[in-house]
Design a protein around this ligand. Sequence first.
Ligand code: ADP
Ligand code: MG
Length: 263
Amino acid sequence: MTASTATTPMVELEGVHKWFGHNHVLRGIDLTVPAGTVAAVLGPSGSGKSTALRCINQLEELSGGRIRVDGELMGYREGTRRGQPTLFRLTDRQIAHQRAAIGMVFQRFNLFPHMTALGNVVEAQVRVLKRSKSEATERANALLDRVGLTDRAAHYPAQLSGGQQQRVAIARALAMDPELMLFDEPTSALDPELVGEVLAVMRDLAASGMTMVVVTHEIGFAREVADQVVFMADGVVVEHGAPADVLDNPREARTQDFLAHVL
Ligand code: ADP
Ligand code: MG
């Protein structure tokens, strides 16, 4: 890794605001995620965690502020109008292109029910990246192997456990060769005995150097795997820092209250 890639943040949120009608959901979010690191985002329900993730990959349009991924402004291009610096919205096609570099894994796995595990991992490679069927299949098999599902490639989602489905969803996201992976409570919909197998895949991914932003209630995972823990409440980052600092010595009352309830 060169010095410059080591110092360019993979993700940078600067004063990000989001309104839904009269609801001011994100109230000035700042966040920096260095390349190759993991940020775990914690916070009560309704604090804007999912919205923040969705803004990063432009599933939601910002109401204010800026987001950069690997140095590139998301959703906009900078220009001037009548001599004034102005942001111009990119076209849907340009935004889709930016989004393709970001993998997202949701609480619900959203696999195509009529396709096998292999088919689910092959599909977007062929449709979006225009890979040949054989190249996409080779890559899909390697990724299914990586998430421990070699023997489930021909199974349909309904024949897989929730943990297996979520691992297929992770393989599907990785098949697009993302430079960044976003996870929105990836284990919250799983039976407790299936959580570990999904976290293990995510731990391996982090160890391989993937930049990850993970919204999670899994405090153990955050402590072990995250480089920084970000605690959000009411649309702001209340505090962030090393896991040991935020989880064991939270400075803010809201963080202390939250941790008292989840630990
Ligand atoms: P979290 O993920 O932390 O639980 P969310 O980002 O899902 O929080 O939601 C934050 C707030 O934004 C909530 O009040 C929610 O109702 C509102 N919200 C989220 N998505 C939408 C939407 N598409 N339209 C209107 N309000 C929304
Ligand atoms: Mg959420």
